[in-house]
Design a protein around this ligand. Structure first.
Ligand SMILES: Cc1cc2nc3c(=O)[nH]c(=O)nc-3n(C[C@H](O)[C@H](O)[C@H](O)COP(=O)(O)OP(=O)(O)OC[C@H]3O[C@@H](n4cnc5c(N)ncnc54)[C@H](O)[C@@H]3O)c2cc1C
Length: 465
């Protein structure tokens, strides 16, 4: 009998499960009947490319890598503009808004996240205010930017800052409101976050208000937003307002179906991405992506990851397990769960990277750390255009194992994040990292890299320059 897989959600998580299953469909003799249900009109969109579209690097349409037709032509029941209203795990059906019920053998929940919108904004009809979660939001923001003079962003994470850079690049007076003390608290400690803040203030003229303040009101004219009021009354002019704070897992459907969520608010899964219901994990129901919680690879505590890089690994685990279950093989548990959340982001010409825990997260988890920060050029100083990079490394104070890395610079960040992720996974100590050879060509690298300096500083050794 043909096995039916129903995927709820067509963000990166749902699409990558679908793509993995399409790639492996031939392995299943009896065949795979694939259905994907999503709210948006689009096919496969690169959400991560949207902030750059707002900056004017390309059109929003270009982020749609495949239109729905691409999947329909491959025999997928790919339904856009479709609202799922109920998951019935007993009857093994998914109900959609028009009342139709779709039966499944395997259900994949990939319902993503939703930003928490301050009450004062949630109840307004004014145009020009948007979340920044998908391509529909990007279109609304783009429309609001037309003829605008002032922009306001609520949120100091990557999405908020990338939106702010887009506004500043287009000449809008831009204000960002976020909590104290600094930027990107999920990735960077305040000393590193302050470098980003200074860069964005100096190079892009962005104004930051980092305080325990919330939007308390919005004012408009002719149906359009004109200003926001924050805290106890400061009014900030704004023709375009983006809410990019506190991305919460979208778990309503799962919770109504009795699926467990954890302390972080995300759906609980095991290492094979099976969901938990009651005391057990369900063999035929999977969840992944921003709606799930992960286990942190350093603290072993549950948290959210909400990164495409995490999603893409989870999607392979889900597809592998659907295929192996159909074949009657045992479940496969991923080594990437626990999760290190390698992160890289280009924010107005500065590249920010991180992996593992921050110093603050380590302290919260009761982990004592040794930390070292160094700033150095990424290639020989006599090469024109050699730019500095600041790196902070965190080692467990007892084992000396690397547990976290943060960096900001203008180049070479992404490859360093991946390198240091491997070092964390391999359990490398400060001593081992210090004594590992590194490739060298003065036009590309230094004989003694910033990684070595940061490591030596953490060890209390004076680096040799
Ligand atoms: C602007 C932006 C830039 C980003 N940049 C990066 C980056 O550079 N690098 C990185 O690693 N990560 C980045 N991220 C994060 C990354 O995009 C997310 O981790 C990833 O998109 C999560 O995918 P998802 O499918 O889990 O969730 P979502 O993208 O939220 O998708 C959820 C899907 O579920 C559907 N859905 C929900 N409820 C229902 C329902 N009841 N019925 C039908 N459908 C439903 C929605 O329609 C949607 O299709 C960025 C995110 C944003 C918003």
């Amino acid at each position: 009998m043909v096995k039916k897989v129903v995927i709820v959600g067509g963000g990166i998580a749902g699409i990558y499960v679908l793509r993995n299953l399409l790639a492996r469909r031939e392995e299943i003799e009896e065949g795979l009947d694939l259905t994907l249900l999503k709210r948006e009109r689009s096919g496969w969109v690169s959400t991560c490319g949207l902030p750059f579209a707002l900056r004017g690097w390309y059109e929003i349409k270009r982020t749609e890598i495949n239109e729905p037709k691409f999947f329909l032509d491959q025999g997928v029941d790919f339904r856009t503009e479709t609202e799922v209203t109920k998951l019935d795990l007993e009857a093994r059906t998914v109900k959609i808004a028009d009342g139709e019920e779709l039966a499944y053998d395997y259900l994949v929940i990939a319902t993503g996240r939703e930003p928490s919108v301050p009450e004062a904004v949630a109840n307004t009809e004014l145009e020009g205010i948007s979340t920044f979660n998908n391509e529909d939001d990007a279109r609304k923001i783009e429309a609001a930017m037309e003829g605008a003079t002032n922009a306001f962003v609520r949120g100091r994470g990557i999405i908020g800052l990338q939106a702010a850079v887009a506004f500043a690049t287009k000449g809008l007076n831009t204000t960002v409101l976020g909590g104290p003390p600094s930027l990107l608290p999920g990735s960077l400690d305040p000393d590193m976050g302050d470098i980003v803040k200074k860069w964005l203030e100096e190079k892009h003229g962005i104004r930051f208000i980092l305080a325990r303040k919330e939007i308390t009101g919005v004012k408009g004219e002719n149906g359009r937003v004109k200003s926001v009021v924050i805290g106890d009354g400061e009014e900030i002019p704004a023709d375009v307002v983006v809410i990019a704070r506190g991305m919460r897992p979208n778990v309503g459907l799962a919770v109504d179906a009795g699926i467990a969520t954890g302390d972080s608010g995300g759906i609980v899964t095991d290492g094979a991405m099976h969901v938990r219901r009651g005391r057990g994990y369900l063999r035929d129901v999977f969840a992944l992506g921003d709606c799930t919680e992960v286990i942190d690879g350093i603290t072993y505590r549950p948290r959210l990851s909400q990164l495409a890089s995490t999603v893409v690994v989870q999607s392979k685990v889900v597809a592998d397990n659907i295929i192996s279950d159909i074949k009657g093989q045992p479940a496969l548990y991923s080594i990437s769960v626990p999760c290190l959340s390698p992160t890289v982001a280009e924010i107005g010409g500065l590249i920010v990277g991180s992996v593992g825990v921050t110093g603050e997260a380590a302290t919260r988890a009761g982990i004592k750390t040794l930390s070292g920060t160094a700033t150095k050029l990424v290639k020989a100083r006599y090469f024109p255009g050699a730019k500095p990079l600041t790196m902070k490394l965190l080692f467990d104070a007892y084992s000396h194992k690397l547990i976290g890395a943060q960096m900001v610079g203008e180049s070479t960040v992404a490859e360093r994040v991946n390198e240091l992720q491997m070092a964390i996974r391999a359990g490398m100590t400060a001593e081992e990292i210090r004594n590992t050879e590194r490739c060298y060509d003065p036009s590309l690298s230094l004989l003694i890299d910033v990684t070595i300096d940061a490591t030596e500083k953490a060890m209390g050794i004076t680096p040799v320059y």
